[in-house]
Design a protein. Sequence first.
Length: 134
Amino acid sequence: GPGRGGLMRASVGEGWHGVDAVAGTAERWRWMDQAATLFIDNPDGPARPVRCTLEARGLGDRELAFVREDGEPAGPSVRLGEERTRVSFGPFVVPPGRSQWVLRSAQPAQRAGSDDPRRVAVCVYNLTIEAGGN
């Protein structure tokens, strides 16, 4: 039934850099630009509440929001610094089928480093979308 929990499939769209890893470990992360698109699949319908959980750290101090495609926030934004922090957005309701969402930093992306020309804002680890939303 609609109260059933469980992970839902999320895939990345524009605004994400490639997966980075520490050799020999299971650690994986992706840097995002100022705004990064996420697609959430809810193939069986109906609309259902979900929560988005992730760990993140900012390039400098950042404010991170999770918004619908139309710009409507899916809850309050969170503050990030250089420390890796666990954050949660929701519960918010995903419609049936595939929907588009955006993780957005209030502050613009910056060059990642003197020898790394990528423009980055927030480093994201272990992002999950969980149905049930409690």
